[in-house]
Ligand binder design. Structure first.
Ligand code: FAD
Length: 442
C-alpha cells in the first residue's frame, strides 16, 4: 500500500450517508488522514424523512452536522464540495463548489471510498417528478409536507364538490417500506391530527390510495407479513391497489393500468412517489472509467472485497453497488442502511488491515432483519425468521430507529416528540413553507 515518505496515508471518503459515515468512524484511530467529502454539510437519517413530510418531526431532528460528528477526531477533515469526476490514474477527484463555498478543484488520495447513495427514478418519465414529489432529501420532504397540507387548505375553500374530492385524494405510488409508511402517516394526519382543524371539510373523509405494481405490499417481507401490513393499512383507512402500474402523472391526477390491461384515472392534486431507485451518477462514472459492469438501476459491480476491478485502492459501497459473490456472480443486496453500514465498516477494516500489511477476507452481508412501520402501534418485523406484527414490532422499530439516529440530542428530542404525539395524536411541524410563500420577501 502506498504511503509516500513520512506523509500519512490519505483516505478520501465520498458521501457522509450511512456507508461513508461508518467508513470514516472506523478509520478514526487508523494511522491515516481522512477527508470526508459531501455536498451536504450534514448526515441525513433518511428512514425518518417521511415523518418530516407529514409534520411529525422537524428537519433538524433527523439531520446532524458532519463536522460535529467528527469534531474530536484530529485526523478527520470534512470538506463541503461536490465530486464531479474521478482521475483514477492520477488518483485525484475533481470537485465542484457547493452553495458558493470555494472548494479545491482537485483532491488527491491513496485510498478512495465512494458512497454516493441513490436517488428516486421515475422510470424514464422525469416529467412526473414535478407532480409526484419524493421524500429522499430534506428539501423534497418539506415540499411534500407543504403539498399535503396545502391540499387540505385548498379543499376547505373549494365550493365545487368534484374539485374538493380531488384535493382530498392522496395517492402514494410504490408499496415498499417508504410507501407503506407514507400512506399510513397521511391517513393518521387526516383521521387523527387534522380532524378538528377545519370548518367546511371533514379531513377524515380524505381518500388515501396506495398503488403498487406487484401483487402485494412490502414484497421484501414474507407474504404473511405483507397481508398483516395490508390489514393494518385498511384499518387506518388506506385503500391498497396492488397489480396497478402507473402509466401517467400530471397536475390533475394519475393514470394506471390494471392487471387486466384496462386503464384507470384518479383525480388528485397530491401524489407522493416512493417507487424505484437509481444509483448515484458517481457509479456510472466509475463504471465508465474501469469497464466494470453496471445493472439497469445504475449500480456498479464491485469485487467481493468491494473494490473496483483493476483498482484495489478504490472501494465503492452502499446503495450504488452490487457485489460479486465468491463465485463471481453479481449479487444485489437490499437498498437498506444496514447493508451500507456493514460495507462502510468492512472497507475501513480492509484499509486498516492493509496499513498493517495484513490480508482481509471477502465481504459478507449479515442480514439482521427487516422492519416497517404502518402507524400508531402498528408495524411488521422479520428478524432472523421471527415474524412480529402490531405493538411488539412497532416497539422494536422505535428502539432501532432511536438507536441508529445520530446525535444524543436528536435521540432525546425525537423520543419526546414521539411520546407527545402518541399521547396527543398531534404533529407539531405542520407548516406550509417554500416557493408559494415567497411573496412575503418581494
Ligand atoms: C425515504 C427513505 C426511507 C428509507 N427507509 C429506510 C429504512 O427504514 N431502513 C433502512 O434500512 N433503509 C432505509 N432507506 C434506505 C437507506 O436510507 C439507504 O439504503 C442508505 O441511505 C444508503 O446509504 P449510502 O451510504 O449508500 O447512501 P446515502 O445514505 O444516501 O448517502 C449518500 C451521501 O453521498 C452524498 N453525495 C452523493 N453524491 C455526491 C457527490 N457527487 N459529491 C459529494 N457528495 C455526494 C450525499 O449528499 C449523501 O450524504 C430509506 C431510504 C429512503 C430514501
Amino acid at each position: 500500500m502506498r504511503t509516500s515518505g513520512s506523509r500519512e496515508h490519505q483516505v478520501v471518503v465520498v458521501g457522509g450517508g450511512f456507508g461513508g459515515l461508518q467508513a470514516v468512524s472506523n478509520l478514526r484511530r487508523a494511522p491515516a488522514e481522512i477527508t470526508l467529502v459531501d455536498r451536504r454539510n450534514f448526515h441525513l437519517f433518511q428512514p425518518l424523512t417521511y415523518q418530516v413530510a407529514t409534520g411529525a418531526l422537524s428537519p433538524g431532528e433527523i439531520a446532524y452536522p458532519l463536522r460535529a460528528i467528527f469534531k474530536r477526531d484530529r485526523n478527520v477533515r470534512v470538506l463541503l464540495a461536490e465530486v464531479a469526476d474521478f482521475d483514477l490514474d492520477a488518483r485525484e477527484l475533481h470537485l465542484r463548489s457547493v452553495s458558493a463555498v470555494p472548494a479545491p478543484e482537485r483532491l488527491g488520495y491513496d485510498t478512495l471510498i465512494v458512497a454516493g447513495g441513490s436517488h428516486y427514478s421515475y422510470f424514464g418519465h422525469e416529467e412526473w417528478r414535478m407532480h409526484a414529489a419524493e421524500v429522499k432529501s430534506i428539501e423534497s420532504a418539506l415540499a411534500v409536507r407543504s403539498r399535503l397540507l396545502a391540499a387540505f387548505e385548498a379543499a376547505e375553500g373549494e365550493p365545487n364538490a368534484e374539485a374538493r374530492d380531488a384535493w382530498l385524494t392522496f395517492v402514494v405510488v410504490g408499496a415498499g417500506p417508504t410507501g407503506v409508511e407514507m400512506a399510513g402517516q397521511i391517513a393518521e394526519l387526516a383521521r387523527d391530527t387534522l380532524r378538528r382543524d377545519f370548518r367546511t371539510i371533514d379531513p377524515r373523509r380524505a381518500r388515501i390510495l396506495l398503488v403498487e405494481a406487484a401483487d402485494r405490499v412490502l414484497t421484501s417481507f414474507p407474504p404473511s407479513l405483507s397481508a398483516k401490513a395490508e390489514r393494518s393499512l385498511q384499518r387506518l383507512g388506506v385503500t391498497v391497489l396492488t397489480g396497478r402500474t402507473v402509466i401517467g402523472i400530471d397536475a390533475a391526477g394519475v393514470t394506471f393500468e390494471g392487471g387486466d390491461g384496462g386503464g384507470e384515472r384518479i383525480a388528485t392534486r397530491a401524489i407522493v412517489w416512493a417507487a424505484g431507485v437509481t444509483a448515484s451518477g458517481l457509479a456510472g462514472k466509475l463504471a465508465e472509467l474501469t469497464g466494470a459492469e453496471h445493472d439497469r438501476a445504475g449500480r456498479i459491480t464491485v469485487e467481493s472485497d468491494l473494490t473496483l476491478p483493476g483498482h484495489p485502492e478504490v472501494f465503492a459501497i452502499g446503495d450504488m453497488v452490487r457485489v460479486r459473490d465468491p463465485g463471481g456472480e453479481p449479487v444485489v443486496l437490499p437498498g437498506f442502511a444496514p447493508v451500507a453500514m456493514q460495507q462502510g465498516r468492512y472497507a475501513a477494516g480492509v484499509v486498516r488491515a492493509r496499513l498493517r500489511g495484513r490480508e482481509h477476507g471477502a465481504f459478507r452481508y449479515r442480514d439482521k432483519g427487516n422492519l416497517a412501520t404502518i402507524g400508531r402501534a402498528a408495524a411488521v418485523a422479520d428478524i432472523k425468521g421471527v415474524r412480529l406484527g402490531g405493538f411488539a414490532a412497532w416497539a422494536t422499530w422505535l428502539l432501532v430507529h432511536l438507536w441508529y439516529l445520530i446525535g444524543f440530542q436528536n435521540r432525546v428530542l425525537v423520543l419526546i416528540r414521539w411520546s407527545f404525539s402518541f399521547a396527543t395524536h398531534g404533529r407539531g411541524a405542520r407548516l406550509i413553507t417554500g416557493a408559494s410563500t415567497n411573496s412575503e420577501q418581494r
